[in-house]
Design a binder for this molecule. Structure first.
Ligand code: AHM
Ligand code: MG
Length: 333
């Protein structure tokens, strides 16, 4: 669908061109925001290249260590994290970065006196347990600006999702897809490996209003609240189908493209939910809302959740507005 758009007389626009065009709409822009996105784009091309050669180079398998969340680190988790830190670390407009892989946010600059610098939070390699089986994996990022009310620069990392000034994900699948919002709709780019550029293939991604498809790890249903079980019983009775990759980026991307709902409810094993607010739920919520969908954590809008800590977990229900409403109907009972 999108390739047709690109080849059917659509203007050839790279991510860089798109960003420069957006920047020119803001006469006082310093270029710092464009630099942040260009760092994210550069790092994701680096990660895509390493993923592409994953079975050939010695990058598969575990590091034999756990990250701060108690999860086994894959070698590529570490490579992806370093690529993002190196790319973002060289951009003067970035004050703080926070990663799923690092215990504490990294402070790059305490100087917040001039133009408000950026805070970038990311999950460098989401779904990395799918790596060894050549499954889809991704990078998720959220961009905030320094909060002048924050006592310390690192406290700026703890702002609710409504304050995000940008969010996106990169899916490393059969092709490498970047889905981005800077607050004015959602754009989709595909990496053309022949020229090394992300090319714009859809400048207004809209999530379908409904689709009878839910995406969740239904093996967890026995550990979920009755409301989720009732929803799934209802959906099965209504003839819904189920799709689940087990990589949030891949499951959300399918939901963005085809519609439906993605759920990660609280379980006995993960009573607050498994997914992380700051660099998984919030950026996905911004993208989904900008594409016309909805995103909730329980009955609260995800982007309104006040964060308490950088690695906080929340329940996730997101997708087509009509499908999220069905889930909310059960959660409200
Ligand atoms: P990760 O960020 O450590 O890779 O873990 C998050 C992943 C998500 O991509 C995915 O939605 C979820 O964990 C799958 O969890 P489960 O295996 O419990 O279904
Ligand atoms: Mg993740």
């Amino acid at each position: 669908m999108t390739t047709e758009k690109l080849t059917a007389g659509h203007n050839l626009t790279s991510l860089q061109t798109f960003l420069l065009r957006e920047e020119s709409k803001h006469p006082h822009a310093t270029g710092a925001y464009t630099m942040v996105l260009s760092a994210l784009s550069l790092a994701s091309k680096f990660i895509a290249a390493r993923c592409r050669r994953a079975g050939l180079e010695d990058v598969l398998g575990s590091m034999g260590a756990e990250n701060v969340q108690g999860e086994t680190q894959q070698k590529l988790d570490v490579i992806a994290n370093e690529a993002l830190i190196r790319a973002l670390g060289s951009r003067p407009g970035v004050a703080v970065i926070a990663s799923e892989e690092d215990d504490e946010p990294i402070i790059l600059s305490q100087d917040v006196t001039g133009e408000r610098p950026y805070v970038v939070l990311f999950d460098p390699l989401d779904g990395s347990s799918n790596l060894d089986v050549c499954g889809g994996i991704g990078t998720i990022f959220s961009i905030l600006q320094h909060d002048r009310r924050a006592a310390r620069v690192e406290d700026s990392a703890l702002q609710p999702g409504v304050r995000q000034v940008g969010a996106g994900y990169v899916l490393y699948g059969p092709s490498t897809v970047l889905v981005l919002t800077t607050g004015t709709g959602v754009q989709m780019f595909v990496l053309d490996p022949a020229i090394g550029s992300f090319l714009l293939v859809d400048d207004d991604v809209r999530i379908p209003e409904t689709n009878k498809m839910y995406s969740m790890n239904s093996a967890n249903l026995g550990q979920c609240d009755q409301a989720y079980r009732d929803y799934v019983d209802w959906a099965n009775g209504e003839g819904y189908t189920m799709r689940y990759v087990g990589t949030m980026v891949a499951d959300v991307h399918r939901t963005m493209m085809k519609g439906g709902v993605f759920l990660y409810p609280p379980t006995k094993k993960a009573p607050k939910g498994k997914l992380r607010l700051m660099y998984e739920a919030n950026p996905m919520a911004m993208l989904v809302e900008q594409a016309g969908g909805k995103a909730f954590s329980g009955t609260e809008r995800t982007m309104d959740v006040i964060p308490q800590e950088v690695h906080q977990r929340v329940p996730v229900v997101l997708g087509s507005a009509g499908e999220v409403d069905h889930v909310l109907r059960f959660l409200a009972k």
